[in-house]
Design a protein around this ligand. Sequence first.
Ligand SMILES: Cc1ncc(COP(=O)(O)O)c(C=O)c1O
Length: 360
Amino acid sequence: MARAATATINLDAIRHNYRLAKSVAPEQQAIAIIKADGYGHGAIKLAEALENEADAFGVACIEEAMELRAEGIQLPILLLEGFFAANELEYISNNNLWCAVHSLFQIDQIAAADIANPISVWLKMDSGMHRLGVLPEEYKEAYDKLVALPQVKEVVLMTHFSSADEPELDTTSNQIKLFDETTAGIDASVSLANSAGTLAHTNARRSWQRPGIMLYGATPFATSQELADQLKPAMTLSSEVIAIRDLQPGDAVGYSCTWICDKPTRVGTVAMGYADGYPRHANNGTPVLVNGKPSQIIGRVSMDMLAVDLTDIPEAEVGAYVELWGENLLASDVAKHCDTIPYTLFTGITRRVHKKYIES
Ligand SMILES: Cc1ncc(COP(=O)(O)O)c(C=O)c1O
């Protein structure tokens, strides 16, 4: 029998979550963000599952878009990081890719490009995140230059939020205010919102939402939120107990003996480790489910295995089903014990983990 470490991806959950993103602004469009191999879920499978209902796809770079085109995906694809070298513009123009422009030098590169089909440019403004984007004071001039170019078909106005997942702060409304003031008088489509913006900031819902993490069923927020609570987890990471031992008080578990039993303890060894993408820094007490019952990790996560406490699950034997996160255990709850966020859990899953796709 094969090693049981499996990521089961529920494509109906992905579609449900995409529809939720659309439902908050049904008259507007939503780009399904499937960069980084669909946040670790498998971009091609997701694109095929969403192709009949998504308005467009978003990826980080041309290599990710080329993989989708090679598999026959036809929808427009937005390159969120734009182009890295001017020689990408020919492929962009010939393959209906949309392209973020984040710096003034890129406008000169587009102006110099010899391309067959004018391209759609998403002109990004740095409205406060200070990562990518044209400065507000240069934005209008950049827009005017781009619309005048024969190489450009249309210009969509965009920015990205630094803190939309913290709706209690006024950071996002300040970014929106700056964006709106800067773009006043420009008649063009607008794209502001990632998942958190889509879910929590009504004023951020403009022509194009850009939902990412919510498609995968994970909330971007630290606490309960009405819409985010309706998301369905798409990835269930599971494995099996492969060995069991009964330990006595004083016995240690795992590398560096970081867990010492303080009572008689039944310990299960699970085929799941950091080489599968399960975080090594998951702390003692990180939740797991064994045969659907709550348990926790004890000791250090090794490369291929981890240990769980089976003392209160006496019926669990070798072969017991272990859910590391997923349908019944939120990745965001696990992430809190690993000092991280669901994004890194999902994108960290390695190719050793068998991926299984289901429809419901
Ligand atoms: C420009 C841009 N838009 C949208 C997204 C999607 O963000 P989220 O996964 O938080 O919805 C990202 C992700 O980092 C991004 O960089």
